[in-house]
Design a protein around this ligand. Sequence first.
Ligand SMILES: [Zn+2]
Length: 322
Amino acid sequence: MHFSMMGTFLSARQRLDPLPVDIAGSGPSLGGGRRVSAGATVLVLLLSVCTGAGQKPDLTGVRIVTHPVAGHISMLEATGDVAGNIAVSVGPDGVLIVDDQWAELTDAISDALRALDRGPLRFIINTHHHDDHSDGNADLGQSGALIIAHEKARERLLAKDSAHWPVITFDSSLSVYFNGEEVRALSVPGGHTDNDIVVFFTESNVVHMGDLFNSGPSSFPIADLDSGGNAVKILRNIELLLPQIPEDARVIPGHGPLSDKQELYRLRDMLDETITWVRERKNSGASLDEILVEGLPTKFDGWGYGYMSAEGWITMIWNSLG
Ligand SMILES: [Zn+2]
């Protein structure tokens, strides 16, 4: 996604009713909503957080908040929604994390991990290559932790210095037996990026969805078309995953508050309906501009309040349909 495109993709709320970034940590955490500042900062923040590309968001004063999830699994969340959520497993085998946010947040993340457990960090799993999920690889990996990711995530991270590079890669699935359970990483590429994985903590009944799913204030998802993403494939992959997720599982989203399977059903329905809506119009000969002018049915108005506006989502579907 290019910087110039992001302005088009700003949600209605971000264009009309900008809110300050909660970087001081004095306001509500992410559970209170995505709060972004106006103007260029919004563009930078969105581009950086959504795709991990370009300039970093202002990370000054960002705090890491720890949320208990289930058993020995916790979720670390950056205030201001400037980075992806981290899943943490602590126990007799040590510490395993899924995603590691920005390098500037490594000290705060390390403090949060130590508060949970003083054991060694043994494994880091990246859900995909975007910086807001993997930039911490370099510093956190210096502890000796082994970095695991999809093989195409490693290919993309080769553009960075070698400290960021995953040392264990896989194509379809990989299991780590850790802290008394199978931690299963499953490849579901082609939706958000070409290297998306989700991670199941099989006994704890927790799944980390990466950026296939953003919870909380309703948001259309993002298909990073420049990194092999595709809006239609997001729907296919959510449909593929739903039967594999227990009904009572705790769901850690790529961004947003801790969630559940009901929100995934809601996401699936929205994806199915909006993609069908755009496809029917495109097949009947309507241009993208005509579809944008018509706009999505009003029942989807509530989805344009996160990273992605309705106009941006329509455009992504259009481009994904080929
Ligand atoms: Zn991402």
